[in-house]
Design a protein around this ligand. Structure first.
Ligand code: DGJ
Length: 777
């Protein structure tokens, strides 16, 4: 709810559990008062303003008349440089006379309905508060939207140049928030290729922590997101605040503590390599920022983001299909026969969609050629995309296709025809990334060409899914298409060009499910999710690494966006062996797929995968849209425990994933919080083990003696269904929440039966918990 108290000149933005309060102060600046747990209206608003009776030594007073009023010590909703505020500003603008000092003051405010921004990713809105501020010939509009249910405040700003001459934006961030520091710890999601979004905590001290992307994409180095948490905050306890940006390109985030221990936060388009000239009456709009606050720890903060993204960012809210992707099965080495063999087996196992990955077009047999040539390779697909699609459809599977439209190889027909469409400067040979160049999406000829080409491709067959890849970062930034004075707009205009293409294609093909990818998760952000509801989380599909990656990703992004595949043994990324059941158990928390040569499965693996798929289908709604909770993590314990609960809170699935097998371990226990009052049945998912796991101990498991590594054992191991322990018990919700529930004791080398959990390194279980209709005690 948005409420303006006329007497106090104060804005109250209330959600179900939080309040955000700011006021128009006596100097007409917007002064921040409070953001935190819900409070009633302040009767004593003056008591909450930072006030110095006298000027501090060596500081700058705002004016002769207001000696104790120093902008460096005021909590501001919008900040500029030049009037004594020395912290990182929201806006930095060069005026027509070359000066850079501005001082924005409140003019008016109003509520606008159903605000929509053209060609930018954004949240759906009903009511938005618009506050108009002015300084000289520039008007700034601050926007605030309140999402009561999700406990979210959405902010961004827009400005208009009313000078007759040009002005230049050197910095235009999306929002500013100043608060008192509360000994916060900063949590970021840092990483790199195949280790994206690892949780990283840093204690804040005086000065600025700035993190950014200069790569043209939001990048896996740092996600455009951060959390500030008070001391002692844990997953289910304590106060914390989260900030996320709806944008897919270069960004910066600043978290600053000034000498008086005031905290400043801002985030937005990276000011590095950004110079944006605005002519008379031209407007500039910044990406939206999502803020949330939780006094119940990090899980609640994440759940606020999850609900918000599912309800207000993502358009496609359907349940997602289980797919098979041929990349790790074949890489570039495939023909129609090989693909169909995989597809046939996929159908038999219950898979619903076949995605044809890289290598189907031009002369593409490696990653040196053909990006840009979006027509089929006759040798690999004799009857083209339609031919293979029809054959896949005949198997009763949907068909999807991989594209990487933002790129071109020098060895391609497109490059021969339009070398000027690739990004390069006039002075250097362009540096390559994965042997490819970026297309200039600031050029309308390029975006129109891509729209047309992809339109043709997507309508050429019954395509139900598109994987949109992007495999290199920016370099050699320059556009022949832009004037010299506009070169500093490049990175942002590229992103806007991409958004324009995506807006067009996703509107034209509403029935295609789009999955975003950038060498895995190099562009996992809310901007891309607005157009493509799921993202290929990481090229790393090892289940241990995925436990870390998916856990970090879940800090902000919901399960419905996190795409996971079960790959073959061993992991192609880290050469680690993890049990097939664990690869599934971790991958099932989100959008499930398989990425291995299904046509070469052993009988036992076939049987296991069939069971996994049946289980996933049965619980798909829960695993894609349920409420996700992190209970424990291999970051600081020997196991990761995750839980997903339905809306009614009477059904849940719990993952128990172990890091290393421990000798003579203590009993493993779990607690299952937040279920509705009642009586519950908890059962483990039926899992099967390859008897090779037991090594030479196999002779003690089987009734007959076999030669380890002998042909007979291999034959048996490929078929024998060794059923793992089955856990089935009844508990009350109070017991589940408060008592340590004992799991079966783990195998310790002295014997086994159906009450012993054989849990090797990276072993895991999934437990299903459901409220019983009948009373049993
Ligand atoms: C990078 C992606 O992350 C992979 O899944 C695969 O699609 C390759 N590109 C294909 O080149």
């Amino acid at each position: 709810m948005i409420h303006y108290n006329e007497t106090q000149k104060t804005f109250y933005l209330n959600t179900n559990n939080t309040s955000y309060v700011f006021t128009v102060n006596e100097h007409s600046h917007l002064e921040h008062i409070y953001y935190g747990s819900k409070v009633e209206e302040f009767q004593n608003i003056e008591d909450f303003k930072i006030k110095y009776e006298f000027e501090l030594g060596s500081s700058t007073s705002y004016s002769k008349e207001a000696k104790g009023y120093m902008l460096n010590n005021t909590l501001l909703e919008l900040s500029t440089y030049g009037k004594g505020d020395y912290r990182e500003p929201t806006l930095h603008i060069e005026l027509p006379d070359g000066s850079r000092t501005l001082d924005f003051k409140y003019v008016s405010h109003k509520i606008i309905k159903d605000k929509h921004i053209k060609n930018m990713p954004q949240a759906t809105k009903s009511q938005t508060l618009e506050i108009k501020l002015n300084s000289l010939e520039i008007d700034v509009f601050l926007y605030y939207t309140v999402y009561e249910e999700e406990n979210i405040i959405l902010r961004n700003l827009e400005l208009i140049n009313n000078f007759k001459e040009d002005i230049t934006l050197d910095k235009a961030l999306s929002f500013n928030l100043d608060m008192l520091n509360k000994e916060y710890t900063l949590t970021k999601l840092d990483g790199a290729w195949i280790k994206e979004r690892h949780i990283n905590d840093t204690y804040l001290t005086k000065g600025t922590i700035r993190f950014d992307s200069k790569k043209g994409v939001s990048s896996s180095d740092h996600n455009p997101f951060f959390i500030l948490k008070e001391p002692q905050t844990l997953e289910d306890y304590g106060n914390c605040m989260g900030v996320g940006l709806i944008y897919s390109g270069n960004f910066e985030a600043n978290i600053e503590i000034n000498p008086q221990n005031l905290l400043r936060l801002n985030i937005g388009i990276n000011s590095f390599d950004f110079r944006y000239t605005l002519s008379h009456q031209e407007r500039f709009i910044t990406p939206e920022t999502v803020l949330t606050y939780s006094n119940k720890g990090l899980n609640k903060l994440s759940q606020n983001f999850h609900d918000f993204i599912n309800n207000h960012i993502i358009k496609n809210k359907k349940e997602r299909p289980i797919l098979v992707n041929n990349w790790e099965a074949t890489y570039f080495d495939f023909n129609q026969k090989k693909l169909l063999a995989i597809a046939k087996k996929a159908k038999k196992l219950g898979i619903e969609l076949f995605c044809l990955d890289d290598g189907w077009f031009g002369r593409r047999n490696d990653d040196f050629s053909s990006l840009g040539d979006w027509y089929y390779n006759k040798k690999k697909l004799p009857r083209g995309v339609k031919g293979i699609c029809d054959k896949i459809n005949k198997l009763d599977l949907d068909f999807g296709i991989w594209v990487e439209p933002e790129m071109v190889n020098e060895d391609s027909d497109l490059y021969k025809e339009h070398p000027d469409w690739a990004i390069k400067t006039n002075h250097f040979t362009s540096s390559l990334g994965r042997n490819q160049l970026l297309l200039d999406l600031t050029n309308k000829d390029v975006t129109s060409y891509l729209k047309e080409t992809l339109h043709k491709l997507f309508s050429s067959a019954n395509i139900k899914y598109v994987k949109w890849d992007m495999n290199r970062n920016f370099s050699d930034i320059y556009s022949n298409n832009l004037q010299i004075k506009d070169q500093g707009k490049f990175a942002h205009l590229y992103v806007l060009g991409l958004y324009e293409i995506l807006e067009y294609l996703t509107n034209t093909f509403p029935d295609i499910l789009f999955e975003s990818c950038s060498s895995g998760g190099n562009r996992f952000d809310m901007g891309m999710l607005y157009y493509m509801p799921q993202t290929w989380t990481s090229d790393n599909t090892d289940s241990y690494e995925r436990a870390l990656i998916q856990e970090g990703t879940s800090m902000i992004y919901p399960l419905s966006t996190i795409s996971n595949h079960v790959s073959g043994d061993r992991s192609h990324q880290v050469l680690r062996h993890t049990p097939l059941e664990s690869r599934f158990n971790v991958a099932s928390f989100g959008i499930l797929g398989y990425e291995l040569d299904l046509s070469k499965l052993t009988k036992i693996d076939e049987f296991i995968i069939k069971n996994q798929i049946e289980f996933y289908k049965k619980h798909r709604a829960l695993l894609q849209y349920g409420t996700f909770t992190r209970i424990s993590s291999v970051r600081n314990k020997n196991h990761t425990i995750w839980m997903v609960t339905n809306k009614e809170r009477d059904e849940a699935l719990v993952l128990y994933f172990q890091d290393k097998a421990l000798p003579n371990p203590s009993f493993e226990t779990i607690r299952i919080p937040n279920l509705k009052e009642g009586n519950y049945k908890i059962t483990s998912r039926t899992q099967y083990m390859n008897i090779r796991t037991t090594g030479s101990l196999v002779n003690h498991v089987l009734p007959i003696k076999l030669k380890v590594n002998g042909t007979l054992l291999n034959m048996i191991a490929n078929r024998f269904k060794y059923k793992e322990d089955t856990f089935s018990k009844n508990y009350t919700s109070k017991q589940l929440q408060n008592c340590d529930l004992l799991l079966h004791h783990t195998f310790t080398g002295t014997g086994t039966n159906d009450k012993v959990m054989i849990l090797p390194d990276y072993g895991s279980r999934i437990f299903h918990i459901k409220r019983e209709q009948t009373q049993w005690n």
